[in-house]
Design a protein around this ligand. Structure first.
Ligand SMILES: Cc1cc2nc3c(=O)[nH]c(=O)nc-3n(C[C@H](O)[C@H](O)[C@H](O)COP(=O)(O)OP(=O)(O)OC[C@H]3O[C@@H](n4cnc5c(N)ncnc54)[C@H](O)[C@@H]3O)c2cc1C
Length: 408
């Protein structure tokens, strides 16, 4: 009896290990399109692999039915992940907001230890196998690769990821395979990605970094807020808070961001500071008014939005209405969101194979018996902070265990 796992990424490697541990009487093969398994893992967490999060909760996940993930996350919890990796040699380190990393600070530790275990369990790895067609007959599954190679299996786990960062292997090809077997695919969108705004608005700010608060606005209502280092770029804004907020972007229109350049102060306190500066800097023009308060280029933009066109405008001429206008812009500088940097730059895919077509207790398809799916190919993704890899480990291990038990 043979089990094939299509995709040797995070969820596929976890599925293979769990299957190998559950049933030692079956042949297990990982079929991977790249020349080696686990390539994306090396890029995770800026090369440090934020492999899970102590605070993992169902509210950190998104999808048409996020509750599909609940059973799986309860069956293979964060503590199970910590024990799993600790046993394989990866000693955990908890950092801010519950983020877990290998103590060595190297993402390669995670992929190496998975590879070592795969080899110990005698699991075969077929690389350079780019699956382009799949079919099911009474005899089982037939997988065809672009180069003409064919693999046969009694059970199949599809762990091919989504469309995010295709250079790291996942190019969306597994959606087409699952669709060809009758599964429904929801709308797809990049998530955990840089945000584009009107380039005219941010062009003059390119390269500026500041610590502040950023809010996401949908139809004029605040829906999420993050703080940290924000970076202006030629296309819009980036930085950790922007990545975190971008989890909430997919499938919504009429979105904007609101930047708070002085989050430590209330609007009234900012007004008082501005009023004090009008007195103490009354000898200056607007050219010098913001120096030492906010970045000068940001200040110039704010002044222009407040209706002060010329930098030669005298500080002493600022009236109360102007000061209030500047104070509100410092606290709530709006930029309309025009898009994202797309799948090439995204960390995850929002959307995927509809979970309604799968059993949450086993990860088996309700349409094709003996077929399983796990990881990002399913319509589940998580917040930034280790939640996506936790989903990959939990769903991969559940799919591997169920498929292998089913073959006993
Ligand atoms: C730059 C970056 C940083 C990230 N950092 C983090 C982080 O720190 N923490 C976190 O939790 N998440 C992070 N993520 C997200 C996380 O890496 C993914 O959610 C996770 O890897 C998904 O696992 P997966 O097994 O479903 O898919 P993948 O890891 O994408 O693996 C899919 C595998 O299938 C193979 N494949 C695809 N199609 C085929 C085919 N047709 N035939 C054969 N093989 C195929 C691919 O080559 C790939 O190896 C990051 C993502 C990126 C891009």
């Amino acid at each position: 009896m043979r089990l094939i796992i299509l995709g040797g990424g995070a969820s596929g490697m976890a599925a293979a290990i769990e299957a190998g541990r559950t049933n030692t009487d079956i042949d297990i093969v990982i079929a991977e399109r790249l020349e080696r398994t686990g390539k994306k893992i090396l890029a995770t967490g800026n090369g440090r692999c934020n492999f899970s999060n102590m605070g993992t909760d169902i509210d950190n996940y998104y999808g048409h039915n996020r509750y599909f993930a609940e059973n799986c996350l309860k069956r293979f919890t964060v503590n199970d992940t910590v024990n799993f990796f600790n046993q394989l040699g990866v000693f955990p380190k908890e950092e801010e907001n519950g983020k877990l990393y290998p103590f060595s600070g190297q993402a390669s530790a995670v992929s190496d230890c998975l590879r070592n275990e795969i080899s110990r369990l005698g699991i075969e790895v077929v690389t350079g196998f780019y699956a382009s067609a799949v079919s099911k007959s009474k005899k089982g599954f037939k997988l065809e690769a672009k180069d003409g190679r064919v693999l046969y299996a009694d059970r199949l786990i599809i762990a091919g990821g989504g469309c995010a960062s295709p250079a790291l292997g996942s190019d969306g090809s597994c959606f087409a395979l699952l669709k060809s077997l009758g599964h429904r695919i929801s709308k797809l969108a990049p998530a955990l990605v840089q945000i584009k705004t009107d380039p005219k608005e941010v062009k003059s700010l390119q390269g500026i970094k500041f610590n502040g608060t950023v809010k996401l606005i949908h139809n004029d209502r605040y829906i999420a807020e993050e703080e940290g280092e924000i970076l202006f770029t030629d296309y819009g804004i980036s930085g950790p808070p922007i990545f975190r907020l971008s989890a909430r972007l997919p499938f919504k229109s009429n979105m904007a961001i609101s930047l708070d350049f002085m989050p430590e102060y209330t609007p009234k306190e900012v007004f008082d500071i501005l009023e004090y500066r009008r007195e103490s800097l009354s000898h200056l023009t607007m050219e010098g008014y913001f120096t030492g308060l906010v970045n000068k280029r940001i200040g110039n933009l704010i002044a222009r939005r407040a209706g002060i066109e010329k930098l030669s405008f005298k500080v002493s001429s600022l009236d109360r209405a102007m000061l209030w206008s500047i104070a509100s812009l410092i606290k709530d500088y709006r930029l309309e969101i025009t898009g994202t940097k797309g799948f090439n730059n995204a960390q995850v895919t929002a959307g995927g194979v509809l979970t309604e077509d799968f059993d949450d207790k086993t990860m088996e398809s309700k349409i094709i018996k003996g077929l399983y799916a796990c990881g990002e190919v399913l319509d589940i993704y998580g917040d930034c902070g280790g939640y996506n890899l936790q989903w990959a480990w939990s769903s991969g291990r559940l799919a591997g265990m169920s498929a292998a038990e089913n073959m006993k």
